[in-house]
Write a protein that binds this ligand. Sequence first.
Ligand SMILES: Cc1ncc(COP(=O)(O)O)c(C=O)c1O
Length: 408
Amino acid sequence: MSPEIELDHWHDRYAKRTSRMRTSAVRDLMAVADQPDIIALSGGMPETGVFEETLRPIAEELLVDEAARTLQYGPSQGIVTLREQICDLMFEEGMHVHPDDVLITVGAQQALEFLGKVLLDDGDTVVIEEPSYVGALNAFLSYEAQFETIPTDVSGMDIDALDERLGDMDTPPKFVYVIPNFQNPGGATLSLERRQQLIDVVNKHDVILVEDNPYGRLRFKGDTLPTLRSLDDSVVYLGTFSKIFSPGVRVGWIVAPPALRDRLLHAKQAADLCSSMLNQRLVEEFFKRGLFEPHLKKLIEIYSGRAEVMAKALKKHFPAEATWSDSEGGFFVWAKLPEYLDTTEMLAEALAKKVAYVPGSGFFPDGRGKEAIRLSFGAVGHDKIRQGISVLGEVIKGQMELYESLKF
Ligand SMILES: Cc1ncc(COP(=O)(O)O)c(C=O)c1O
C-alpha cells in the first residue's frame, strides 16, 4: 500500500482538476496574522477601524425595519439599486455602464473564479503580469489554466513584450488579466501610454482583456489615470467594496458584455443563488447616505501616512542591497532582497519574532520570486510599521551575514 493510500482512502476519487488547486500563502498567513501579538504586514487588509458610529443606525434599520427583506433570498444578479449605484461609482471614473451589465459577486474573488469557470478549459492559457495576484492564479488554476507571464516594471506590464508573446503563441490565450492600479503585489501602476497601447494590442490579437481594479480609488499621490474599461467598452471589469469599504461584507462586482454576463450569471446561480441581501443593502445605504466620500478621504489620508512611515523605516532598517516599490496608492510594497535569500525559508524566523510578510514565490505560477517579499501597511499603525520593519531588517541582515559566513 502506498503512503498516499494509507493517508487518504479517497485519493483516487478526486476530480482531475483538484490536482492543480493549491493553497494561498496569503490565506495561510491570515490565520497567523489574526493572533494579537503578531505585526501582520502580510494580508491585503484595509483599515476597518474608522467607522465609529456611522454604521449603527443603518444596521438597526436593516435588521429591524427591513428585516423581512434583508434576511431573505435576493436576485441572483444583485439588488438593482446597488447595481445602479455601482454604475454611478464607475461613472465617476469615466466608465459608462448599464446596471443590466453588472453582476454582483461575493467579492471580486468570486468574479475571478467565475471567469475561470466560464472561460477556461483544461490547458487554456491566461496571460498575466509577473508577479500577479495569488488569488487570481489560484482561481484560474482550479480550472487547469496554463500561464504566460509578461514582465513588469514601475510602469506596469511591458506591452511590447505582450505584443510579441501574443504574436508567437500558436493557440491564442483565453484572456489577459491585469491589475492596472497599485498592483498586488508589485505596487506598479500601468502608465497612460501603456494603457492605450494595451487596448490596441489586445484588439489587434482579438483577446479578451480583464481589468481588476480593487485599489484604483486609493490614490494618494500622482495623477489619476483612466481605467482600461473607460478606454474600451469591451474590457471586462472587476470592482469590489473590499478595499474602499469593508472586505467583511464580501460585495464585489463584474461588468461584462451581455453574452458573457449571462454565462457569469449562470455560474452565480450554480454557486450560491445570490449574494447576501443584508450585506448588499449595508453597502448601498453607506453610499446613499453620503458616508462614502468622507470615508474614502479618511482612508487615503491614512494610507498616505502609513506609506511614508513604511518608506522611511525601509530606508533606515533594510540593507543597502534591497530595493522596494514606491507606489502612488493602495497599500502594498514589493521588496526585492539579495537573490541568494529564500524568503519562504526566512519566514519562520520572522514569525518567531512576531512579524508576518508574504514570501514572493506565491505570486509567480512557477515559484520564482523567492528573493522578494510583499509588505502591506493597510491595517497596521505607524508604530507597528516601524517596529515590524526594524525586526524584518534585522532578520534579513542576519540571513545575509549567515550566507557570507558560509561562503568560501
Ligand atoms: C488584485 C485583487 N483582486 C481581487 C481581490 C479579491 O478581493 P475581494 O474578493 O475581497 O473583493 C484582491 C484582494 O486582495 C486583490 O488584491
